[in-house]
Design a binder for this molecule. Structure first.
Ligand SMILES: C[S@@+](CC[C@H](N)C(=O)[O-])C[C@H]1O[C@@H](n2cnc3c(N)ncnc32)[C@H](O)[C@@H]1O
Length: 274
């Protein structure tokens, strides 16, 4: 039931995902704020663990409108598979990648991250990632992790990101939704945009990685400090490229500090299939 709702909502907002009302703030010219730093940190670690061989076969699960796939294609990786539950989002990804002049063999597969057996065999991919929430929106993170682990080849990296749990508590309190804050703390579930999602601590996500047989290699908060700064101040600061560079440097120095991660905007975890 929740899965259907998520699919419907992403289908509904897919067209114009990068321009419409529902767009992530990464596409906002004015108010990019903490999200733009989250993207930069996320991208830093996606590149760090990417295979050196640009012929590698990459899976972007819950890949949405192909934002990360485009970035890899621009680095000359050409064999990328984007899977997603929402056909609408996959159509947006097709449009986006169709506009690129660079050669690539991108494939677009409609698949639920919790069960991709009809689409992908075991030990298929040289790099597997799922950024921003498919693992939590599916409401069965353990099944999603098992699938990501199953389709990755041995010795390859798997990178997952989702919203952190404790960051949401002050957000709910600010919105005077104390019951929602309590429910989240009790159940790990929050509801936003009309569908539920899991919010996890890094320790909880690490358990899912370990359960899957993945060694946790690195844990990242994106961002750890800037998420706490007033948005208007952030907008001002971000305008100066030198200040922005310095702020990103500070974030990259501290984003793997475990004591900061559970309050970060997003939680990114890198695992290795044994
Ligand atoms: C917030 S968007 C992020 C998209 C993309 N990964 C990015 O970082 O820009 C979450 C994506 O997860 C997809 N999704 C949600 N539940 C899913 C599921 N059970 N299986 C596969 N994809 C799912 C949605 O359709 C949507 O495209």
């Amino acid at each position: 039931m929740p899965k259907k709702k998520v699919e419907e909502i992403f289908d509904k907002y897919a067209e114009g995902y990068s321009t419409g009302e529902f767009k992530p703030s990464r596409y906002d010219e004015v108010a990019r704020t903490a999200m733009s730093f989250a993207d930069d940190i996320t991208w830093h670690y996606l590149q760090k663990y990417a295979p050196r061989d640009t012929n590698a076969l990459i899976l972007d699960a819950g890949g949405g409108d192909g934002y990360w796939a485009q970035k890899f294609i621009e680095l000359d990786y050409r064999n990328i598979v984007i899977s997603d539950l929402s056909q609408g989002m996959l159509d947006e990804a097709k449009k986006r990648l169709g506009k690129l002049s660079l050669k690539h063999n991108a494939q677009f597969i409609k698949a639920d991250i919790t069960d991709m057996k009809d689409s992908f065999q075991d030990n298929t991919f040289d790099y597997v990632f799922s950024q921003y929430d498919a693992v939590s929106l599916c409401m069965a993170p353990q099944n999603a992790m098992l699938e990501l682990g199953r389709v990755a080849k041995r010795g390859t990296y798997i990178v997952v990101s989702l919203d952190t749990k404790f960051r949401r508590v002050p957000e709910f309190i600010e919105a005077k939704q104390i019951e929602a804050a309590r429910k989240l703390l009790r159940t790990n579930v929050s509801v936003e945009f009309g569908f539920p999602q899991y919010n996890l601590t890094w320790e909880e996500l690490a358990k899912y990685f370990e359960y899957t047989g993945l060694e946790v290699v690195e844990v990242v908060g994106a961002p750890v400090f800037l998420h706490q700064v007033d948005e208007k101040v952030m907008q001002e600061l971000e305008k100066d490229p030198e200040v922005r560079k310095e702020l990103l440097k500070v974030e990259l120095e501290y984003c793997t500090t475990k004591s900061l991660i559970n309050f970060a905007g997003h939680l990114q975890m890198i695992g290795k299939k044994k």
